[in-house]
Design a protein around this ligand. Structure first.
Ligand SMILES: *Cc1c(COP(=O)(O)O)cnc(C)c1O
Length: 236
């Protein structure tokens, strides 16, 4: 059976091939290993093979794993789940990045709760590029206003945009949604922002995301295998 490390190498090979096909340099695309629901020992194994960036969706699970792996220097934690106000402190204390900001209130709490000895929290604003009612994320028309507000916060460093497109195999629709995020980033940078990150692409669509301009792909199941959720959404 393939180990998660060989699975990680397979994903790296997919990223390499996608970058080559798009005439892009591999260095432009970060692989975020999405470890939600998987145990700390899996993360430690990839860490020992040199991987550093991991993504988690649940605040308590992030805090627990951060604690369990506190000896792993240079490990970089990204929070990629929806954030409730009562969980912002855990995220502010344990993450280097948050990809899912779509409300000023949450960004403000994170800034206030970020310990002063830590570097500013890197954030992406999540945009609802598919327009589906059920989706988190702000609408494109709300983006500039939120970016302006959030950029005033002292302990927040606004780095880019994130999206979760529609769950579809239709490559044309997906490509259109990815390209919406690309043009929104360009528009913000024309307004004086200095965004360098486009967090888009998952196990099923990383090639398309990279062809569209992604700089960070969030890969879970292609590395760790299928997830089984427990009732509390906690790690096994
Ligand atoms: C779980 C999750 C992923 C990883 O999804 P896979 O399809 O398993 O690669 C990526 N992004 C977000 C926001 C997630 O919640």
């Amino acid at each position: 059976m393939a180990t998660i490390f060989t699975a990680l190498q397979d994903v790296q090979a997919r990223i390499h091939a996608a970058c080559t096909a798009a005439a892009r340099n591999d260095q432009e695309v970060t692989l975020l290993a999405v470890s939600k629901t998987f145990p700390s020992r899996d993360i430690r194994m990839l860490y020992e093979h040199g991987h550093r960036a991991f993504g988690e969706n649940y605040a308590q699970e992030l805090a627990t794993k951060h604690h369990e792996l506190s000896d792993c220097t240079g490990l970089e934690w990204h929070f990629i789940g929806p954030i409730q106000s009562n969980k912002t402190k855990l995220v502010a204390e344990n993450a280097a990045w948050v990809h899912t900001i779509d409300r000023f209130k949450i960004a403000e709490r994170l800034s206030n709760q970020r310990p002063s000895h830590m570097a500013a929290l890197n954030i992406c604003l999540q945009v609802n590029v598919s327009g589906e009612q059920s989706k988190s994320g702000i609408t494109p028309s709300e983006l500039l206003g939120l970016a302006q507000q959030v950029s005033q916060l002292p302990q927040i460093n606004i780095r880019g945009l994130m999206c979760i497109p529609e769950a579809t195999d239709n490559a044309t629709r997906l490509a259109k949604q990815f390209s919406t995020l690309v043009s929104l980033k360009a528009q913000l940078n024309q307004q004086g922002f200095k965004l360098d990150t486009l967090s888009m692409g998952m196990s099923g669509d990383l090639e398309l995301a990279i062809a569209s301009g992604s700089t960070l792909v969030r890969i879970g199941s292609a590395i760790f295998g299928a997830r089984t959720y427990t009732s509390g959404n906690t790690a096994q």
